[in-house]
Ligand binder design. Structure first.
Ligand SMILES: NC(=O)c1ccc[n+]([C@@H]2O[C@H](COP(=O)([O-])OP(=O)(O)OC[C@H]3O[C@@H](n4cnc5c(N)ncnc54)[C@H](O)[C@@H]3O)[C@@H](O)[C@H]2O)c1
Length: 433
């Protein structure tokens, strides 16, 4: 997170000084020269960072930008103005102004970087307006939103992709490659999660709640599942030969967020008196149609040093992989010494993913170790060439459905919840990535 803070400061100072690193360095996404015209919705921290990175891609244009915060909007418009010889149209005023942006016929694709609970609504509206949609995570918050998203995508025929950046970590792509080559045998079990103490992002300086704090106030359950479940679902062939069938979820009591509010804003502050719905640690066990089990964890309020914010473990009949504390270890039957973990680095050259190889150099400056912009490159490849999205609407719906279903399971004392088959049976014939 300290890296993030530095990046945020950099973006702010870079924008205000009118100086943007490497902005003129062109990059290509696919063999197509087709121009893609973007509408960007939400230019806070991530949206601005994406914009700066996307300005380096030479076949992109930015006719329109929307943000309810006029300062953020103007800053983003300035960034484009300084890099291109035109001024994007700005949309600001009320929360539904993005719909005016969607009415433009000079926009091919939208990037959604607004607070989480807006993602589904804006994606559905975007698809209904015949725009390709790239959205930050998660894709949706309710089962109805998941179905509406699937139906809107099917109706529109446009590209929809969830920008789950953790799927693009070099090690996650390499493990996907290895799974495809049968190195792990049959995969049977996985552990994953997002454990990242970000309480300070839940309060404004005066102690009132940010949108992140409001989500903690309102929602119980695994409210941010995709960073952990994304790579694991791809490794396990979810929606591609297998599917999530059911889940059960439990959580601890709530303590850390309230304690933080009392310590920082005093016991009399309204935020110190809220009974936050979200709990400290939430555990969810997911069972697949083929009988595999995934143990998914979520905690963004407990104090725990975290050199990485995600962790992964994969078990197969012929090998295992673990990624904790920045140390990635692997055991391969017949290659590793018996009962001994080896560094993944020993195998990375042999199994490095073609996806990583393709975009690693031009992504080096991007956020989260370069992976943030990978989603943009991959999405553009689909828009320009018609290839299916790497993280499609069925993935987005299945991964996001964990949010409401984990909440329901917890509310009912740990009941088993069926997970809808958003592919309606297509998972049986869809090929592994
Ligand atoms: N993938 C990742 O690693 C990662 C990391 C951090 C955040 N995120 C997600 O990215 C998204 C953006 O996060 P952020 O940190 O940039 O948040 P942010 O609060 O800095 O930015 C959100 C922006 O959206 C604007 N906005 C809010 N409602 C709007 C509306 N109705 N119409 C137009 N603009 C609106 C806000 O004014 C703000 O500028 C969130 O969903 C967050 O969960 C993803």
């Amino acid at each position: 997170m300290s890296k993030k803070m530095n990046r945020r400061k950099f973006i702010q100072s870079a924008a205000s000084a009118g100086f943007l690193l490497n902005l003129n360095k062109p990059a290509k996404t696919s063999n197509s020269n087709k121009t893609v015209r973007w509408g960007i919705i939400g230019v806070g921290n991530r949206g601005t960072r994406f914009l700066i990175d996307m300005l380096k891609i030479d076949e992109l244009e930015f006719p329109a930008i929307c943000d309810i915060n006029a300062d953020r909007l103007n800053q983003a418009i300035d960034i484009v103005k300084k890099s291109k010889n035109y001024t994007p149209e700005g949309y600001s005023g009320n929360p539904y102004d993005y719909r005016r942006l969607l009415q433009r016929d000079d926009i091919d694709a939208i990037l959604i970087e607004t607070p989480k609970r807006w993602h589904a609504r804006m994606s559905i509206d975007g698809l209904n307006a015949d725009k390709h949609v790239l959205t930050d995570v998660p894709g949706a918050y309710t089962i109805k939103e998941c179905w509406d998203l699937v139906e809107a995508k099917q109706r529109s025929g446009k590209v929809y992709m969830l920008a789950e950046n953790c799927c693009y970590y070099q090690q996650c792509l390499a493990i996907l490659n290895m799974v495809g080559k049968g190195i792990f045998g049959d995969t049977t079990y996985a552990e994953c999660g997002y454990i990242h103490e970000i309480r300070r992002l839940m309060f404004k300086p005066d102690g009132s709640l940010t949108w992140r704090g409001e989500i903690e106030r309102d929602l119980v359950g695994n409210i941010y599942p995709t960073h952990g479940i994304g790579p694991v679902a791809q490794w396990m062939g979810i929606n591609r030969g297998d599917r999530f069938e059911s889940l059960v979820s439990m959580c601890t009591s709530h303590g850390s967020l309230k304690e933080y509010a009392v310590e920082n804003f005093g016991g009399d502050h309204p935020s110190s008196k809220i009974n936050y719905a979200a709990r400290d640690m939430t555990m969810t066990l997911i069972k697949t149609a083929k009988g595999k089990i995934i143990n998914l964890q979520f905690d963004q309020v407990s104090l725990r040093p975290h050199p990485t914010t995600t962790h992964f473990y994969l078990q197969g009949t012929k090998g295992a992989f673990k990624d904790e504390d920045k140390e990635q270890k692997i055991y391969i039957d017949g290659r590793s010494k018996a009962n001994t973990w080896e560094p993944l680095s020993k195998y990375i050259q042999e199994y490095d993913s073609p996806i990583w190889q393709r975009w690693k150099e031009q992504s080096a400056d991007s956020g989260h170790g370069g992976v943030d912009i990978f989603a943009v490159y991959h999405f553009l490849d689909s828009v320009q060439t018609g290839k299916p999205a790497f993280i499609d609407v069925y993935d987005s719906a299945a991964w996001s459905a964990i949010i409401p279903l984990s909440a329901k399971s917890i509310a009912e004392g740990g009941t088993v919840q069926k997970i809808p088959d958003f592919t309606k049976g297509m998972w049986k014939n869809r090929k592994m990535l």
